[in-house]
Design a protein. Sequence first.
Length: 332
Amino acid sequence: MVRTRAALLVLLLLGLAGCTSHRRAEPEPTPSPDLTSPPTAVAVNPGPFEAGPVAPPATGAYLGAWIKPEFLTHAGRVEAVDQLEESLDRPLDIVNTYRRFDQMVGTTSDAELLDNGATLMVSWATGDNRSILAGEHDALIRKQARKIRAVRKPLLLRVRWEMDRPNLRATMWSAADYVAAYRYIWDIFREERVKNVSWVFCPTAEGFARGEAAAFYPGDDVVDWTCVDVYAGNQFQPVGVLMGDFLRWAAQRPKPIVIGEFGVAKAWGSAGRAAWLRDAQRTFKANPQIKAVVYFESNPEGNGPKQQFQLAGDRPAFRAFSALTEDPYFNP
């Protein structure tokens, strides 16, 4: 699939914090699990779902990705999406994009992706929660709200995704502070009459496994989609095992699920990666509350092999991913 490239070659800073968010300690590899057993499934909420402007498909799930561009320009960003879509011979339903607190939505490349039918998932790295609550960033938040409103198309908004990560505690302060700041931002967007946002709550699978992530939940009244980021990075376990605690928690809420980021590290070898992706395909389909899945197609700079997730260049792994994208279930 070929898009018209944006002529503007202005540097687009894509929220590099998002691109390096998975740099963690690297323990010794765990034994290879059995990826041929039945996938993990839970008794999901059958709906109907309260999903906001981005409605889930009636059956199946949307497919999306974050694709790190070779060049951080508007044209480079669109070209990266084009190249993946051409390799898969299909368009992406969702394109994930990272923004720092002061980076606005509505860029030239945002507009081109939206015009070509993609739904943007904006991963917004908001700042210190207590300074937000003190009103120090009201003008910035209102500016972002107006920029998003001007887009005039539905998008998904992840307000400080992975807020439960231990390395963010200095700015998150506590779960209660995050909840209060999230609701503070939500109130400003309501005051600015923003009606094209589906609000996404997206911690990590590890946070649910530790028993910490649920405390960050802002409430059913201000969340449209629940979400989790799940990786076979340091631990090579089936995706259903890695996110099992999240699935059990999410099943209690009338919300569709988006897998905001998922990936399998190159450290586990081509055959292992392919097997993990085949298991992920079965697991996503076994949990019909999952209405969107978004791959993290990136090798973040400075990370070791257990935190490198790009599939391009790994033929067996990419073939397994292609099989997932060709599945009618992920073409709703």
